[in-house]
Design a protein around this ligand. Structure first.
Ligand SMILES: [Zn+2]
Length: 313
C-alpha cells in the first residue's frame, strides 16, 4: 500500500508528518480586486511566514491560484528558510479577480485541466504573466476554484470542471472559494456530478454565513468547513466565530482553520496589522478554552491532513 502523501513546495511528505496546518493564507498575491494590497516582496513575505511559524503553525496552504501573482520558486525559498511547510495552489479564483483580457479566460475546459494537472505533477511556471512556457520544479498540492455570490459564471464553471477533472485524475485536494458562504450545496452538486466526493472539498469562507444549521447540512454531505474570518469585527466578532465553531464541532462537523489575511495592509512585515500570527496568538487560545485542546488539535492536524492527503490512484 502506498502511504498517503501531502505535496509541499519542497516535496511530498507523509500525511501525518506535516504538523499543525493553517489551511488558507497567501505569501504572494496580486489582484485587480485588491489595489495597493499586493503581496510581492519576498523578504517581507518571508518575515511574515516566520511569524506564522513562531505563532505555532508547522504548515500553511498558499491559496493563490493561477494568474494572481504566484511566485513558486520564492515560496520554496521561503519554506526552506523558515521551516514552514507550504502547500501551493493551482486552479482559478472567481471571475472578478481577472481582468477582462486575462489570458486564463481564453482557455477551454480541456486546456484548464491540462494546465492544472501540469502544475500538480510537473511544476508551476516561474510566473503567471502569460500562458505557461517553461516550468519550475515546484509543484502545487491543492486545486482551487471560486464562484461569486449566488452565481457561477461561464468561466467559473469551466474552472470548476477543470478542477474536478484534475482531481479525478490525481486525487489532489480541492478548495472552493464561496462568496459569503452562498451556493455551497450547488457547488458540491457540480463537483459530485464530476466524481468529486464532498469529503475532498474545503468550502472556503463558509463562516461568512455563520449559520450552524446550514453548516451541519453541508457537513452531513461530508464537506469540510473552512473557517477564516477572524479579526474582521466590521463583519462579525471573533466571539460569534467561536460560538459557531463550538456548535458545529460539538455536532461532529469537520472544520479547518486559516486566517486568509491576504492584504499587505494587514501584514505586520509590510507595516500593517494584525498579521498572520493573529490566528495562533489571539484566536486559538480562546478556541482551545471553548472546545478543548484535543478538539483543537484535531482541527489543526488530523482534519487538515485527511483533506490535504492525495487519494491513492
Ligand atoms: Zn484567500
Amino acid at each position: 500500500m502506498i502511504t498517503p502523501f501531502i505535496r509541499t513546495v519542497l516535496g511530498d511528505v507523509a500525511a501525518g508528518e506535516i504538523g499543525r496546518v493553517n489551511y488558507h493564507e497567501h505569501l504572494f498575491q496580486v489582484s485587480p480586486l485588491l489595489p495597493g494590497d499586493e503581496l510581492t516582496d519576498e523578504a517581507a513575505s518571508r518575515a511574515e511566514a516566520a511569524a506564522l511559524r513562531a505563532s505555532g503553525f508547522d504548515a500553511m496552504v498558499d491559496a493563490t491560484p493561477v494568474g494572481l501573482g504566484r511566485d513558486p520558486r520564492a515560496v520554496a525559498r521561503i519554506s526552506a528558510a523558515t521551516s514552514l511547510k507550504v502547500v501551493a495552489t493551482t486552479g482559478a479564483h472567481r471571475d472578478a479577480h481577472y481582468a477582462d483580457d486575462h489570458w486564463l479566460r481564453n482557455l477551454d475546459e480541456t486546456a484548464l485541466t491540462a494546465l492544472f494537472l501540469a502544475d500538480l505533477t510537473t511544476g508551476m511556471p516561474p510566473n503567471d504573466d502569460g500562458p505557461p512556457g517553461a516550468r519550475s520544479t515546484v509543484r502545487a498540492g491543492v486545486l482551487k476554484a471560486g464562484i461569486d455570490y449566488w452565481q457561477i459564471s461561464a468561466f467559473e464553471q469551466r474552472a470548476l470542471s477543470g478542477v474536478a477533472a484534475a482531481h479525478v485524475e490525481t486525487g489532489a485536494p480541492v478548495m472552493v472559494h464561496l462568496e459569503f458562504g452562498t451556493a455551497a450545496h450547488e457547488v458540491l452538486d457540480v463537483l459530485e456530478a464530476f466524481g468529486v466526493r464532498p469529503s475532498r472539498v474545503v468550502l472556503a469562507h463558509a463562516d461568512r454565513n455563520p449559520d450552524p444549521g446550514l453548516h451541519l447540512d453541508l457537513a452531513a454531505r461530508g464537506a469540510v468547513l473552512g473557517y477564516d474570518g477572524m479579526a474582521r469585527p466590521r463583519s462579525r466578532t471573533d466571539a460569534e466565530l467561536l460560538d459557531l465553531t463550538a456548535d458545529v464541532v460539538a455536532a461532529g462537523a469537520t472544520v479547518v482553520l486559516g486566517g486568509d489575511v491576504a492584504r499587505r495592509s494587514r501584514y505586520e512585515s509590510y507595516g500593517g496589522m494584525p498579521g498572520l500570527a493573529y490566528l495562533g496568538r489571539r484566536y486559538l487560545p480562546r478556541l482551545a478554552e471553548r472546545i478543548g485542546h484535543e478538539a483543537l488539535s484535531d482541527i489543526l492536524t488530523s482534519n487538515a491532513h485527511r483533506w490535504l492527503a492525495w487519494d491513492v490512484r
